[in-house]
Design a protein around this ligand. Structure first.
Ligand SMILES: *[C@@H]1O[C@H](CO)[C@@H](O)[C@H](O)[C@H]1NC(C)=O
Ligand SMILES: *[C@@H]1O[C@H](CO)[C@@H](O)[C@H](O)[C@H]1NC(C)=O
Ligand SMILES: *[C@@H]1O[C@H](CO)[C@@H](O)[C@H](O)[C@H]1NC(C)=O
Length: 195
């Protein structure tokens, strides 16, 4: 009997850990942005095309990302990416590093469980604007841990493709998590909030 309560608490903690923590209330937009990014393994990255015949036009592509190992309290808020110059969007970025990144809880069980359509704001999605920058050697360790813990396949990607670690340098953040329009969060609010 006495052992039952701690057991329930432990089970609840495990559930929360598995779910990556509970979703923040919609009025806490900065926390919501951090929560959605941390619970996403990939996002749509839009670049300005440098391709022949498409120059200057928007080009959206899928990229694996991570802001830290899975589980609550391990997210840095920094979207890290693993890139190669051979990739078509990365070739765009070499001409113009400006980009937009969108992540959505539609890729997690959350929206399906609540039957929220991906376009429903309650299926929270975050739009980042900024640029892609290579990370320096000291930050590359963090990026590697963040990415390889969630995307183990990356370790075996062809060595001769010259993969490098990069991050999304966030300048603007829009949060869509409720009715009544987009909410603006500054990078300062985003990085200083306790997720
Ligand atoms: C990237 O966006 C910034 C901010 O709008 C702008 O000042 C800069 O000129 C853009 N870079 C290029 C290469 O277009
Ligand atoms: C590497 O980048 C990080 C994050 O931008 C910065 O804090 C750090 O000072 C840089 N380290 C070196 C050696 O430049
Ligand atoms: C990130 O973007 C801002 C605004 O464009 C720029 O001032 C800053 O130098 C960029 N940071 C890096 C590491 O490139």
């Amino acid at each position: 009997m006495g052992g039952l309560l701690p057991l329930c608490a432990a089970a609840l903690l495990l559930l929360l850990l598995a779910a990556g923590g509970a979703i923040p209330p919609p009025e806490e937009a900065a926390r919501m942005a951090r929560f959605v990014l941390h619970n996403c393994d990939w996002g749509a990255l839009a670049t300005l095309s440098a391709q022949e015949g498409l120059r200057g036009r928007p080009f959206a592509n899928i990229f694996s990302l991570s802001d830290g190992p899975p589980g609550p309290f391990s997210g840095s808020g920094v979207p890290y990416l693993y890139l190669t110059d051979m990739e078509i969007s990365v070739q765009d970025l070499e001409i113009n590093s400006n980009a937009s990144l969108t992540v959505s809880l539609a890729q997690t069980p959350y929206c399906k469980k609540h039957r929220y359509d991906p376009q429903n704001p309650l299926c929270a999605h975050i739009i980042f604007c900024g640029s892609i920058v290579k990370v320096n050697d000291s930050e590359a360790g963090l990026a590697k841990k963040a990415l390889f813990s969630r995307h183990p396949e990356m370790e075996s990607w062809p060595k001769d493709h010259n993969w490098f670690f990069a991050k999304f340098n966030i300048t603007n953040i829009w949060v869509l998590d409720y009715f009544g329009g987009l909410k603006i969060v500054t990078p300062e609010e985003y990085y200083s909030v306790k997720p």
